[in-house]
Design a protein around this ligand. Structure first.
Ligand code: UDP
Length: 210
């Protein structure tokens, strides 16, 4: 018997549960949530209560948008011998030569075209796309409708906001989004974004907090 936990019982977790049910339909899997704040002893468990369940096979999907939390929870799961799994909506399109790391969440209407590499624990929310020749690091998060055109390289822990557009790069000069950078909702990114910066607007510029 296999028990699968959706880690995070808040909004995003509740969007992922039906995708999981669909993906594992007919396989006799039982589903629960894990949530460290909202555990209720019934269908929302603490992590320790999940690990203590009797099913011999236990897996977890990290349905939390914050990438730093995902990295922490990945380590917690692996230390406890809990496998991390991903999910792919039934209408997701993935074309040729696409490598995706462990734990990816590809929500409905996501489209990944050809010759793409993606690291661990990637989240692509509704309607996001990744076009040809992109390289995406670990723990990267795409909010709904994020548009990543061809030849873009995105480093670990970057966050691409809802509806943001990343301009196409070229094979010899890909557009680069640095580690931990945040791209605001609706931004149009035409230049490289350095690590750790937040860029907003059209054309996107660094957010100054003064
Ligand atoms: N959470 C958790 N353990 C952690 C951090 C977060 O269980 O170490 C839970 C948190 O209690 C919340 C959910 O994860 O219920 C995250 O939900 P939030 O609304 O912040 O984000 P979203 O659902 O949009 O990813």
């Amino acid at each position: 018997m296999h028990c699968i936990a959706i880690y995070g019982a808040s909004g995003f977790g509740r969007e992922i549960m039906p995708l999981m049910r669909q993906q594992y339909a007919g396989e006799g899997v039982s589903f629960v949530y894990i949530d460290d704040e909202m555990a209720n002893g019934q269908n929302i468990l603490t992590f320790d209560a999940f690990v203590a369940r009797p099913e011999p096979q236990k897996s977890c999907i990290l349905a939390i948008a914050n990438s730093t939390i995902r990295e922490k929870l990945e380590a917690r799961c692996l230390a406890a011998g809990v496998a991390i799994i991903g999910v792919k909506g039934s209408n997701v399109i993935v074309l040729d030569n696409v490598e995706i790391g462990e734990g990816a969440i590809l929500c409905g209407f996501v489209h990944l075209t050809s010759d793409i590499r993606v690291g661990r624990q990637f989240h692509a929310n509704l309607y996001a796309y990744v076009a040809h020749d992109c390289v995406i690091g670990d723990f990267v998060t795409f909010a709904p409708g994020a548009k990543c055109n061809g030849n873009v390289h995105i480093d670990d822990h970057a966050y691409i906001g809802t509806g943001a557009i990343l301009k196409q790069g070229t094979p010899d000069k890909p557009l680069r989004i640095g580690r931990g950078a945040v791209i605001g909702m609706g931004a149009v990114v035409t230049k490289d974004v350095p690590a750790g910066e937040t860029w907003i607007g059209n054309p996107a510029r660094p957010l100054r907090r003064d």
